[in-house]
Design a protein around this ligand. Structure first.
Ligand code: PMP
Length: 398
């Protein structure tokens, strides 16, 4: 009955991650999947999360369904974190927010909602992209296209070309943007560039969809939300997906948020109803455990303060590893410009290594990097940086 279906090729990142685990190389290094590892190579359980979980375990409650839109205190905490507690868009009641099934769930609900609102619109996504952006929107019936973003020659942003291309889009087109820590390149717009982009989005009547999966991993929790807040300040109508997978290290608990910034409170009320309708027909209600834990951390002043410190610790470790890698590579291979390690931010760095170099890294050194040359930086730590930079120097000088 189903033989006619194409075989699913699997996700190449997950596939390579599995190959890494099968490899018996004694010094193997895994830089494939976008997970934050601590300096010991472990995925942390944050102390703020542990405390919230202990409290919940001591006072067990019936495991009922959450409302379709999620827990009210969770949704309020998402709004404060994403927009800043005092933002006038929140005070005016113009933002409709739901608790989502991770960042991916927020993108899916947002994609279905946008398709419902504007069935003829299409979406433009950065080149290169997090591949799932294309899949999610195509799955929602929204045709996808690319806009110029990253220049491999300079390892930096093609900002003028990006602006020029966005200026040509039909009104009501959707534009997927990363407010911080762009996946896969680690190259972001500066605050000045966001301020140049916003009038173009407004003049063209484009509908931005901001995907913020790494808030706090770039310059800081507030700094990383600059684009979101600047767009809300400018009165744009737009969507924001946020994820707690990385910054709360809660990957499998599937915690995120989707916010739609509207023109009026009335519009936001109507939008919230439509978001609930979309949720109802996909998964009905979001996960309760992660919802309660996230809400407890974000709403308890002490746990929140502890969490802010923990996010700072993760961010600072990434910055440290980037700096060390750059310094060691500069010393080992002075002719190679590795400054991109410190210019790019967040979890990812785009190395520009060729397929031949990536294969050599894997086969000769047990260093696993995905085919695009994207490195997930937190796979590096004080025990493997020297080994990694030796391996890089070897394949780059061959
Ligand atoms: N957007 C981007 C850009 C991502 O990198 C990721 C995580 N890999 C997501 C969304 C999805 O987040 P989550 O894992 O919370 O579904």
């Amino acid at each position: 009955m189903f033989e006619h279906l194409e075989k699913y090729a699997g996700d190449p990142i997950f596939g390579l991650n599995e190959a890494f685990h099968r490899d018996v190389h004694p010094q193997k290094v895994n830089l494939t999947i976008g997970l934050y590892y601590d300096n010991a190579g472990c995925i942390p359980v944050l102390s703020s999360v542990r405390t919230a979980e202990q409290r919940r375990a001591q006072e067990p409650e019936p495991r009922t369904y959450l409302p379709m839109e999620g827990l009210a205190p969770y949704r309020e905490a998402v709004q404060k974190l994403v927009f800043g507690a005092q933002h006038q868009a929140l005070q005016a009641g113009r933002v409709a927010t739901i608790q989502s099934v991770g960042g991916t769930g927020a993108l899916k609900v947002g994609a279905d909602f946008l398709h419902l609102a504007y069935p003829d619109s299409q979406i433009w996504i950065s080149d290169p992209a997090w591949d799932n952006h294309h899949s999610i929107f195509q799955g929602a019936g929204v045709p996808t296209h690319s806009y110029a973003y990253y220049d491999p020659a300079t390892k930096s942003l093609r900002f003028d070309q990006m602006l020029a291309e966005l200026r040509e889009l039909p009104p009501k087109s959707f534009v997927l943007l990363h407010p911080c820590c762009h996946n896969p390149t680690g190259v972001d717009l500066s605050p000045e560039q966001w301020l140049q982009l916003i009038p173009v989005l407004a003049e063209q009547e484009l509908i931005p969809f901001l995907d913020m999966a790494y808030q706090g991993f770039g310059a800081g929790l507030d700094e990383d939300a600059f684009a979101v807040r600047a767009m809300a300040d400018a009165g744009l109508v737009f969507l924001v997906a946020n994820s707690f997978s990385k910054n709360l290290s809660l990957y499998g608990e599937r915690c995120g948020g989707l916010s739609v910034v509207c023109a009026t409170r009335d519009e936001a009320d109507g939008v919230l109803g439509q978001l609930k309708a979309v949720v109802r027909r996909i998964y009905s209600s979001p996960p309760a455990h992660g919802g309660h834990i996230t809400s407890a951390v974000l709403n308890d002043p002490q746990l929140y303060a502890a969490w802010v410190q923990e996010v700072a610790g993760m961010r600072e470790r990434i910055a440290f590893v980037r700096k060390q890698t750059h310094e060691q590579l500069s010393a080992k291979l002075p002719s190679y410009d590795s400054s991109y390690f410190v210019k790019q931010t967040g979890m990812f760095t785009y190395t520009g290594l060729s397929s031949r170099q990536l294969l050599a890294l894997r086969e000769r050194h047990g260093v696993y990097i995905i085919d695009s040359g994207r490195i997930s930086v937190p796979g590096l730590n004080t025990r493997n940086i020297a080994y990694f930079t030796d391996a890089m120097a070897d394949v780059l000088s061959a």
